[in-house]
Design a protein around this ligand. Structure first.
Ligand SMILES: Nc1ncnc2c1ncn2[C@@H]1O[C@H](COP(=O)(O)OP(=O)(O)OP(=O)(O)O)[C@@H](O)[C@H]1O
Ligand SMILES: [Mg+2]
Length: 217
């Protein structure tokens, strides 16, 4: 499904250049559950952003279901994201003007999905925040905001879920419940790639990809 060939990503230029990705080769099959691990600054978020079409690479080839994404314009990348990707950001990226319920409903509205109420309530219950549905993100704890971002990704029917440390703000028991939610959506044929610093979380995935200094080791 996902095929990266010699992908490089530089930030800045001249003496301020950072070689965030230095020739990444990675294949991910449809329905796989993959963990990306590595030290801080090793390039994990950069890699996930490129897979999600959030950012353009400096060089290399990215094929998604045999389409060459690396040639896409920014406008086409946006279409690609809308169609295929749900992203759980490291900083949650919830919309503060909208309630928990509305945040989770957002991707469904964008795709004009029918029967939204049931889907949204189901995901809020799975993530244990249904009683907070009328609150604004600013009224939630960090862990509750994280669960709202996860509920939003679970609710959307996108084939790929990309998650940047989705359990970073959660206690062990809640992390465990979230991993069970992910395992459940995997059985519906979705593909999940998550970044984690937690070895127990990584061990629950089918495969662990380790990145060091912008390279897969
Ligand atoms: N927008 C940016 N502009 C310039 N440099 C950046 C930018 N984003 C990331 N970098 C640099 O690229 C490198 C990789 O960053 P990245 O965010 O991918 O690391 P990470 O593995 O996700 O780290 P962490 O575990 O701390 O989140 C780092 O050296 C970082 O400073
Ligand atoms: Mg990161």
């Amino acid at each position: 499904m996902i095929e990266l060939k010699d992908v490089k990503k530089d930030y800045g230029k001249g003496e301020y250049i950072t070689h965030a990705l230095q020739g990444v080769n990675l294949n991910i099959e449809k329905g796989e559950f993959v963990a990306i691990v590595g030290t801080s600054g090793s390039g994990k978020s950069t890699l996930l952003h490129i897979i999600g079409g959030m950012d353009q690479m400096s060089s290399g080839i990215y094929r998604f279901e045999n389409e060459v994404i690396s040639d896409y314009s920014l406008a086409k990348l946006q279409e690609f994201r809308k169609k295929y990707i749900s992203f759980i950001f490291q900083n949650f990226a919830l919309m503060n003007k909208y309630t928990v319920y509305e945040n989770v409903e957002m991707p469904l509205l964008a795709r004009k999905v029918k029967g939204r109420k049931k889907i949204v309530m189901d995901c809020l219950e799975k993530t244990g925040i249904s009683d907070l549905k009328n609150k604004l993100p600013s009224q939630l704890s960090g862990g509750q905001q994280q669960r709202c971002a996860i509920a939003r990704a679970l609710a959307s029917d996108s084939p790929v879920i990309l998650a940047d440390e989705p359990t970073g703000a959660l206690d062990n028991k809640t992390s465990d419940e979230i991993m069970s939610c992910f395992e459940e959506v995997l059985s519906n044929g979705r593909t999940i790639i998550l970044i984690t610093h937690d070895i127990e979380i990584a061990n629950r995935c089918q495969r662990i990809v380790r990145i060091e200094d912008g390279k897969i080791v």
